[in-house]
Structure formats: structure tokens, C-alpha cells
Design a protein around this ligand. Sequence first.
Ligand code: AVJ
Length: 325
Amino acid sequence: KEHSRLRWINLNSAIASVDEGADIMAGLTQNPKTLPCRYFYDDRGSELFEQICDLREYYPTRTEQAILETYAAEIAKMTGSCHLIELGSGSSRKTRLLLEAYSEVVQELQYYPIDVSSGILKTTALDLLEQYPKLKLCGLAGTYEQALAELPSAELENRMLIFLGSTLGNLNDEQTHKFFTQVQQALKPGEFFLLGVDLQKSVEIIEAAYNDSQGVTAAFNLNILNHINQRFQGNFSLNNFAHWAFYNQVDNQIEMHLRSLVNQTVFLEALDLEVSLQAGETIRTEISRKFHIPTLISVLETHAFQTLQVWTDPQSWFGLLLCQR
Ligand code: AVJ
């Protein structure tokens, strides 16, 4: 079926894949070892993440969804007509609520989903076009950095950059600063930034969300090794690692690790990299920070973003911030 309302931009250049190898190399040669969490999201990883979102223990997705259900219309009213650009759109399941709200206030609805997983991007795009006859969609396959650098600014008037699901929590202080600087540069004064963040709460609730009883999070964590095996001709054996997630109360963040169960040496042919792990040693695969709204608002302020409104759920588990550049 022909789609006149669909366009694609592929941001993955040859240079980028050299860079990717470099960050894997850096992570696995430092002490303690780490891996960049965006490698979770190959097509299988994106599927597993969708399953995580449906887990009883994983509260962030449904809490953010509930906030959007209640306030999407109010958000659209506050910003007025604008084009929607989403970083890490995945299945766009929460964004549908915004698409519906904005289709009430705009003439021509334009949506730019950006994701590293082109598989999920394509499936979602076709699905959305079918569901929203007014929608024009331009999918961008690539990383946030690539996308922000090449945001199609010239052709668009008034934009809102959407960053949901508390993906901001994956960034440390330095990366957050870099990211906000890029967002600030990508947007013009007056344009909007909609940010969803997971908030600080009791350790039990948070830890349960990353240690689900069905083991989906464990499978998601381990899948990063499969992805790296495929991408860099590696020989990680998943049987030799175990999922480990805990809340670090000093830094207010969940940390996900893969713990080596044996003394082992792994080889990544494409990087000509040999990695030795001792039994018990871990590779940290993700941090997921939990936020304090007033602190976040002041960080945003130092990056030229004014927070116009904050919405939360009745338990204040999750926050949605509408900011203006
Ligand atoms: C989509 C990155 C926000 O940190 O909660 C879910 C990813 N990791 N379970 C999160 C994730 C483990 C998720 N983010």
C-alpha cells in the first residue's frame, strides 16, 4: 500500500557505527564495566520493553499513561497548534493520546517519531497512519544525538519535543547537561518541550518494578548481550550472566547490572576486543534515575527552559512537565 503521508529519514551513517564501537569499547575496558543502555533496543529488546510496560510491577508506563489521559487536552490547549517530535517513540502508545488531543486543535497533524529501533518505528508508523487519517508522519531512525542535530527545523513552524517514559533517567549529570544543551539548541524560543519523569518514592516499589516475577526485565537485561554479539561478532554466553537490579539511595537511581557467574573471557571480533570477567563481577547496563521535581525545574531553568506546568498522578509517582524554550 502506497503512503503519501509517510516519509523516512535514516540517520544511521557509517561514521556512527564506528562511534558505536568506540562506546562499547570504552565501557567494557573501564572499571567497573558498563554498557550503553541504548543497546537494549534492538527489535527483540524493543518487544521485551513493550512487555515490561504491561507488567503489574512496572508502574511508570501506566502511571504516565493515566496522566496523559487526564491532561492531554489541557496540554494541547496550552501550547496551541504545534508539530510533534518524539525522542524514543517506540510503539508510540502514550503519544496516541497526544495525537488525539492535537488533532482537535491543529489543521494538519504532523508527527516525527524518532527511534533507534527501525523495526518498531515502521510497524508503528503504518499503524498510526491507518488510525489517524489526518496524520502526516516522518520517521527518523537513529539516536537522540543524531536526531537533535538534524531536526527538520526549516520546514516546521512551531514544535513540541516530546520525551516520555523517564528515559531522561538513563542519563548521568554530565549526559543530562549535554542533552538539555542539545535540546535547547534544537528548539527556537517559544517552542515546547514535554518531559515525563519517574519520581522518588519508596525503595520497595521501585525495586519491584525492575525485578518482576515473570523475569521479563531479566530477559530484557540479558538481551543486550545478544544484540552486542550480533552487532560486533561477540561470543557472550547468556547462561554465564545473571540479572541484578537495585536502588542506589545515594544517587537516587535504579542500577541494572549483569553479574558474571564464572571467571570468563569474551571476545568481540568486530572490535578486536577481549574482555575478562571474574565470577561475581558486574557490567552495569543501565541507570534509571528517580527525580525530585523542584531540582529538575532548576536544572531546566539553567538550560533556558521555563516550566509552565507540572502534572502528576494522585500518588505523585510520576511527573509530566511542560516547558517552554
Ligand atoms: C524506558 C529507560 C525509562 O529505566 O525504567 C525498564 C527502561 N529498564 N525496565 C526505565 C527499563 C528496565 C526504562 N526507560
